[in-house]
Design a protein around this ligand. Structure first.
Ligand code: COA
Length: 260
């Protein structure tokens, strides 16, 4: 598959999706969102891909937001539709994938950029990263899940302050807030993220899929996460991966999980 605005490469079980509009600081226009949807879907469906890493090209930005030039003259209905479509195609889509998604935040992650990083299952940042939801400085609010996911990750008070001030926090503050799990130098960002991906890949993809579903259930309206956990736990017992994992342990050998 060839793309205009992104790159997607698979190597050793890891698909790296790179947003590639550096002259616009990788801002998300409609076409880029559609391409990202296709690339994430393809990686999720591929038995070769065990972990997905999403990052930005260039040294300056992960993603500097939704493309402001595209929506500046939108009506109320068009604005609502932009948020709904974006959430469906990309942000909720990524959050609900059952292949692990790690965001490697390599610079500015603003607005839709931070929302994309937050939709990923967790985040690693380089020490030059800057994160924020500056939408209210444009007279709008975060529309790609930011008002929901930021409080979930950093707590309500911090999210309120970040969103109301439209300010940016640096990587170390993001680490302190729990918004990112680790901070590295820019040069070590991808290698560090790949190392974590390597640790994930040693485990059962099938069990990880169940774990993601159970964890995400905690954040779904009207869903009892404990019940989802019980169901997914039970499902694991019917998988080849479970047989392999337990037999490998009992026979004191390394597991070689067959599934994805
Ligand atoms: N949408 C569209 N274009 C964007 C963009 C966005 N969100 N963010 C950056 N760009 C474009 C700029 O318009 C500029 O394009 P040009 O060279 O054709 O004029 C290019 O990317 C480089 O950005 P520039 O502003 O010159 O870089 P900078 O280093 O001076 O500033 C930022 C970097 C991130 C502080 C600044 O680009 C910015 O504030 N961007 C918008 C952030 C934002 O509000 N995002 C939320 C959107 S809802």
């Amino acid at each position: 598959m060839s793309y205009q605005n992104i790159l997607s490469e698979t190597d050793n079980g890891i698909t790296t999706i790179t947003i590639n509009r550096p002259s616009k600081l990788n801002a998300l226009n409609r076409e880029t969102i559609q391409e990202l949807h296709t690339a994430f879907k393809e990686a999720d469906e591929s038995s070769e891909t065990k972990v997905i890493i999403v990052t930005g090209s260039g040294e300056k930005a992960f993603v500097a937001g939704a493309d402001i030039s595209e929506f500046a003259d939108f009506s109320v209905a068009e604005g609502g539709n932009l948020a709904a479509k974006g959430q469906e195609l990309l942000f909720d889509f990524v959050a609900n994938l059952t292949t692990p998604v790690i965001a490697a935040v390599n610079g500015f992650a603003l607005g839709g950029g931070l929302e994309l990083a937050m939709a990923a299952h967790f985040r690693i940042a380089s020490d030059n990263a800057k994160m924020g939801l500056p939408e209210v400085s444009l007279g709008v609010i975060p529309g790609y899940g930011g008002t929901q996911r930021l409080p979930q990750l950093v707590g309500k008070g911090r999210a309120m302050e970040m969103i109301m001030t439209a300010g940016m926090i640096d990587a170390n503050q993001a680490l302190q807030y729990g918004l990112v799990n680790q901070v590295t130098t820019p040069e070590a960002l991808i290698e560090t993220t790949e190392k974590i991906a390597g640790k994930i890949m040693k485990n059962s993809s099938v069990a990880i899929k169940s774990a993601i579903k159970a964890i995400n259930a905690n954040y779904e309206d009207g869903v009892n996460g404990f019940n989802v956990e019980i169901e997914e736990f039970g499902n694991c017992f019917g998988t080849e991966d479970f047989k392999e994992g337990t037999q490998a342990f009992l026979n004191k050998r390394k597991a070689n999980f067959p599934g994805k």
